[in-house]
Design a protein around this ligand. Structure first.
Ligand code: NAD
Ligand code: IPM
Ligand code: MN
Length: 363
């Protein structure tokens, strides 16, 4: 029996609640498939500021590097908004330290939820897209300056940084519907003009059979909710990807449903829901754990190479939704813990592919 070490970083707010639910599902996978998962738990974000005076303590980073994969809840909260190093800085440093340049955020509209979204059913039915968000560049990581009432965040991109995520996006489109929408602001930003140039060249030289379209980010925000079915792979820079992926989560019904995988050249990868610490829901047992649970499925598939096990988790999520087990964000009455239990008990031995499976090339 192979042992897999999973570093758990619950973080803040609803983070511990949703990671607990995801851990329970992973334990059910271990039982069902006869695996051994060793979980180690470490502080990150505000919890780490409280415990160790820094949002990413050296011991947490060391444990992440030593693990086969990392599962994170969320960081941040009003309590630490004025800390010298904010909780969010710990997450950004972790992504950088692990070299996680691609953040993959799938959005899939489950048939039985299509009438529970704020949008019309005929608009969201059948949506199946994935956002490839560049994760280590742009204004997040450029030089930051503050001089009294003047502040700046430098936005920098290099050709290799754009090229590596572009290749990953095209490889993924090959295994899906064969379409990439690259989103930029090339009418204003120099980084976006370089972005468009690099994406166009990679397409021409290596992936001419894939359909490529360029879209400016402002109109993309509009198109995304007007005709979301026309998107397959959305490729974009760090900040635009952050914003568009929260918007896209509404197509599926709730931000609480969206998972993500952050991957780089080597292991370990980092898996975390798209949502934040949701301070308004913290400690109330009302958060939707599905984003974290589907992130655990991505951990199994892309972090540990356990495809059948990932299918089993995705099938268990779909089964729970189909039988009407829902949390409050989707109009149900289940708590976070109970929702996790329903999904954990729905993990069964192989029954075939997941109804919805993200095909993706990595490495
Ligand atoms: P948020 O994602 O925490 O919450 C936005 C809204 O979505 C809230 O109404 C919340 O109740 C709802 N929501 C979020 N997760 C949910 C879930 N699992 N189930 C049901 N509803 C859910 O965003 P915010 O309020 O803008 O940010 C709060 C804090 O989280 C900030 O400190 C921010 O920096 C941090 N944050 C962290 C991450 C991360 O750790 N990856 C991501 C985003 C925001
Ligand atoms: C996310 C979050 C983070 C980001 C914050 C907390 C640093 O919003 O993962 O989407 O902006 O990347
Ligand atoms: Mn975000």
């Amino acid at each position: 029996m192979k042992n897999h070490t999973i570093a758990l970083l619950p973080g803040d707010g609803v983070g511990p609640e949703v990671t607990n639910a995801a851990r329970e599902v992973l334990e059910s996978v271990a039982d069902t498939y006869d695996h051994r998962f060793t979980f180690t738990t470490h502080p990150v974000g505000g919890a780490a500021i409280d415990a160790a005076g820094d949002p990413l303590p050296e011991a947490t980073l060391k444990a992440c590097r030593a693990a086969d994969a990392v599962l994170l809840g969320a960081v941040g909260g009003p309590r630490w908004d004025t800390a010298p190093r904010r909780p969010e800085a710990g997450l950004l440093d972790l992504r950088k330290a692990l070299g996680l340049f691609a953040n993959v955020r799938p959005v899939y509209v489950h048939a039985s939820l299509a009438d529970r979204t704020p949008l019309k059913k005929e608009i969201v039915s059948g949506v199946d897209l994935v956002v490839f968000r560049e994760l280590l560049g742009g204004s997040y990581y450029g030089e930051k300056k503050r001089d009294g009432e003047v502040a700046s965040d430098l936005c920098v991109y290099t050709r290799p940084e754009i090229e590596r995520i572009t290749r990953l996006a095209f490889e993924t489109a090959r295994g899906r519907r064969g379409k990439v929408t690259s989103v930029d602001k090339a009418n204003v930003m120099e980084t976006s003009r370089l972005w468009r140039e690099v994406v166009t060249r990679v397409h021409r030289e290596s992936y001419p059979e894939i359909e490529l379209e360029h879209q400016l980010v402002d109109s993309m925000a509009m198109h995304l909710i007007r005709h979301p079915r026309s998107y397959d792979v959305i490729l974009t820079e760090n900040m635009f990807g952050d914003i568009l992926s929260d918007e896209a989560s509404v197509l599926a019904g709730s931000l609480g449903l969206s998972p993500s995988a952050s991957i780089g050249d080597g292991r370990p990868g980092l898996f975390e829901p798209v949502h934040g610490s949701a301070p308004d829901l913290a400690s109330k047992d009302t958060a939707n754990p599905i984003g974290a649970i589907l992130s655990a499925a991505m951990l199994l598939r892309f972090g540990l190479g356990l495809e059948a096990e990932a299918d089993a988790v995705e099938n268990a999520v779909a089964g729970a939704i189909d039988q009407g087990s829902l949390t409050r964000d989707l109009g149900g009455d289940l708590g976070c813990r109970a929702m996790g239990e329903v999904i954990a008990s729905g993990v069964v031995a192989p029954r075939g592919f997941a109804a919805h499976r993200l095909q993706m090339q990595w490495g």
